[in-house]
Design a protein around this ligand. Structure first.
Ligand code: SF4
Length: 273
């Protein structure tokens, strides 16, 4: 009952009034990208999944599809997932051409079926970017993001045991911004949505988060240089201010982070920086 009420409130909040009158369970058609490996060509395959309840997440619909496929002797659709709570960054795919689907600030694991209608056809594709080669079906290799982090997304100062929270003073606006940037879950949606396949929002979130905190200051200049160099070396494009990244980011990270990254870079390159 509580779930139904939450669904109804959610539908009203999203101006999805039509779904209030939707009869459940419903049927959904899926057009899914199937690709056996990075070396083989892929193509779309069509499936139908029935008996869908409004509070199922999109990944749960894929679970049902996979049970169907296995029962029929077929191969299940590969897709990344882990926490299913929107915090691990494992899941991610294009849903009808939008990274993580149509709901703002929502990872695909928390995209619920109440946002769809009976008989809808939903197209699922992997992240498309040169730096994210397809491994299989909807799974791509996002290790390029790990290598950007490894290039400088850390601090090497000894902080000792868990310090008293107030021992290092951080101005409230900086603490708030650093926290917002630190919420990046590394999902890669920003790359998939960007026309340049840029990883600028991801990289900037890490750089800006650490630049705003005292603990991040010792490596501040080398960090921005190394991480942006690694971003380019991985084959990501540059930012040209489209803003698509911020609109699909499930954590709502602002492109202000990219402006801060640019300032950090200029500062690092100035002789008196
Ligand atoms: S900045 Fe946002 S969209 Fe990009 S990787 Fe981080 S959480 Fe995902």
């Amino acid at each position: 009952m509580a779930l139904r009420l939450r669904s109804a409130l959610d539908m009203l909040e999203n101006n999805n009034v039509g779904s209030l009158f939707q009869n459940y369970p419903m049927k959904i058609n899926l057009r899914v990208w199937r690709q056996a490996s990075a070396k083989e060509r892929g193509d779309f395959a069509n499936y139908t999944v029935e008996n869908i309840q409004p509070d199922l997440s999109f990944l749960e619909v894929l679970d049902i599809l996979n049970e169907q496929l296995i029962a029929e002797g077929g191969l299940p659709v590969e897709f990344d997932h882990d926490c299913r709570e929107g915090i691990c960054g494992s899941c991610g795919m294009m849903v009808n051409g939008q990274a993580h689907g149509s709901q703002q600030r929502t990872a695909v694991c928390q995209l619920y079926m109440r946002h769809f209608q009976e008989g809808d056809t939903v197209t699922l594709e992997p992240w498309r970017a040169k730096a994210f080669p397809v491994i299989k079906d909807l799974v791509v290799d996002r290790s390029a993001l790990d290598r950007i982090s490894a290039a400088g997304g850390y601090i090497s100062v000894k902080t000792g045991a868990a310090p008293e929270a107030n021992a290092v003073l951080v101005a409230k606006p900086n603490a708030d911004k650093a926290f917002d940037y630190a919420t990046c879950i590394g999902c890669g949606a920003c790359v998939a949505a960007c026309p340049n396949a840029s990883a600028s929002l991801f990289t900037a979130a890490k750089i800006s988060h650490l630049a705003l905190l005292e603990q991040g200051k010792p490596e501040r200049q080398q960090r921005v240089v190394k991480m942006t160099q690694q971003m380019t070396a991985e084959g990501f494009g540059d930012c040209s201010n489209h803003g698509e990244c911020q609109s699909v980011c499930p954590k709502g990270i602002s492109i202000n982070a990219i402006a801060q990254m640019r300032r950090e870079y200029i500062r690092a390159k100035l002789p008196f920086g």
